[in-house]
Design a protein around this ligand. Structure first.
Ligand SMILES: Cc1ncc(COP(=O)(O)O)c(C=O)c1O
Length: 440
């Protein structure tokens, strides 16, 4: 069978397809696998209980039974309009205005089938071929101000790849009074001097905060600076808030969340523990919401209402925020501590530095001068039943052939239970010690 160019692009092997396959295979495998590779959220007792109660209530409240003429907006027996479930959107408007005073209306929110779906829309809306005022074609890209960045962005453009990325400053820092950590910071000098920015070839700026894969949280100063640059160049600032405030709030540094008309904020229900319901939320200017709704109509008819139905009461009564603050965030903070202690025990005498854990559900490990690439390390660890993700995948828009750092890091999930973390880190320790020792 012959596939179109579009078909060929979307069927070629990609980092994200390998990651999702490994994840699925590990979950199906009858061999024990130390799964430190995927982006699945942890099983947290309090979270499961609340969702179970909510599912049960949903089954009893008529959500599945409304007939076609019903005006009930939460009914799963009807499609919503392409913008998404109106009751959930109204609940979100109230929630965000209560907590952030953003003065949103329903015209500021659209739902998508997961935020990955939102990035597919947004990166194709703002990256690719444009026609300028002189009717000439301009190729615009998405500016990633701080790579490494989320693996799932890399392949979403319908044609080609349209990213311009800035490599980070790397600062050695302490964490909880201990040495052996580093933090990435935006290199604003490099960013401001990008020819693509100055010459009008940037369509939007985007960052994940907290960042997947590194657990970095861009500071308020960095965010304010990015927002100012975005306004100056008249492009939107897209903030991927999949791990951020107010839910799931897996963020340990003291920062704030802002929104204005030039900001596109993307939220998700996945990391509060519901990746299977595929619900993403976009908060943006009405013009962007109208565009996303139109794309929803073509791609999905209307976005799924299941996640919306579960989350509506939790947003109305703030339980989603309480759960995030009191259960989800402390859980991951403790997991990060446990993983750091285990790593220091295994590799404390070796050239391992860890990105300061500031949020998200990962640790980012840098093995300085590792004798092999982390792509090769990934294969060795996989053979020994431990899955991580090598750093090579996290540099969309960068030619990493001469950038050593991009071959020396791995992302490891901290969502696994303590036994899996301990076993997986023991395997990483054994393999990495062997590599350094063998190179002496
Ligand atoms: C930073 C980031 N953005 C977006 C997504 C997509 O999440 P979803 O489509 O499940 O909402 C993920 C998933 O891992 C992520 O880590």
């Amino acid at each position: 069978m012959k596939f179109s160019k579009f078909g060929q692009k979307f069927t070629q092997p990609t980092g994200i397809s390998q990651l999702m396959d490994d994840l699925g295979d590990a979950l199906k495998s009858d061999q024990p696998v130390n799964m430190l590779g995927g982006g699945n959220p942890a099983r947290i007792e309090a979270v499961n209980e609340l969702f179970l109660e909510t599912y049960q209530a949903l089954g009893n409240d008529g959500s599945f039974r409304e007939d076609i003429n019903s005006t009930a907006t939460s009914s799963m027996a009807n499609y919503s309009n392409p913008q998404g479930d109106a009751a959930f959107i109204d609940a979100l408007v109230g929630f965000f205005n209560r907590h952030y005073d953003w003065n949103l209306t329903a015209d500021n929110i659209a739902l998508t089938n997961g935020s990955q779906n939102a990035f597919f829309y947004l990166f194709n809306l703002f990256g690719g071929a444009f026609t300028d005022e002189k009717s000439e074609s301009v190729d615009k890209s998405i500016l990633l101000p701080l790579t490494p960045e989320y693996i799932g962005y890399s392949d979403v453009h319908v044609e080609g790849q349209h990213f311009t990325a800035v490599l980070p400053h790397i600062d050695e820092v302490t964490h909880d009074g201990e040495e052996g950590f580093f933090k990435y910071r935006v290199d604003f000098e490099a960013l401001e001097n990008l020819p693509a920015l100055k010459e009008g070839r940037i369509g939007a700026i985007c960052c994940s905060r907290p960042t997947n894969p590194t657990g970095n949280v861009l500071t308020d100063e960095e965010m304010a600076h990015l927002a100012e640059i975005a306004k100056r160049y008249d492009v939107p600032l897209i903030i991927d808030n999949a791990y951020g405030m107010p839910f799931p709030n897996i963020i340990y540094s003291d920062v704030t969340l802002n929104w204005d008309d030039n900001t596109i904020l993307c939220f998700s229900l996945s990391k509060i523990g519901l990746p299977g319901v595929r619900t993403g939320i976009i908060v943006a200017a009405p013009e962007v919401i109208a565009a996303v709704s139109a794309m929803n109509a073509v791609v999905n008819l209307s976005p799924t209402r299941f996640g919306a139905s579960i989350a509506t009461p939790l947003v109305e009564n703030n339980a989603i925020k309480d759960l995030s603050d009191n259960d989800i965030k402390p859980f991951y903070q403790q997991q990060a501590k446990t993983a750091v202690t285990l790593l220091k025990k295994e590799l404390g005498d070796y050239p391992l530095v860890i990105h300061k854990p500031e949020g998200a559900i990962f640790l980012w490990l840098w093995f300085k001068d590792l004798p092999i690439t982390t792509l090769e390390l990934y294969e060795t660890l996989k053979e020994k039943g431990t899955l991580i993700v090598p750093s090579e995948y996290f540099f969309p828009g960068v030619d990493i052939s001469d950038y050593k750092h991009a071959h020396e890091c791995i992302r490891m999930s901290i969502a696994a239970d303590k036994d899996t973390l301990t076993k997986g880190i023991a395997v990483i320790g054994e393999v990495v010690r062997g590599l350094y020792d063998g190179a002496k």
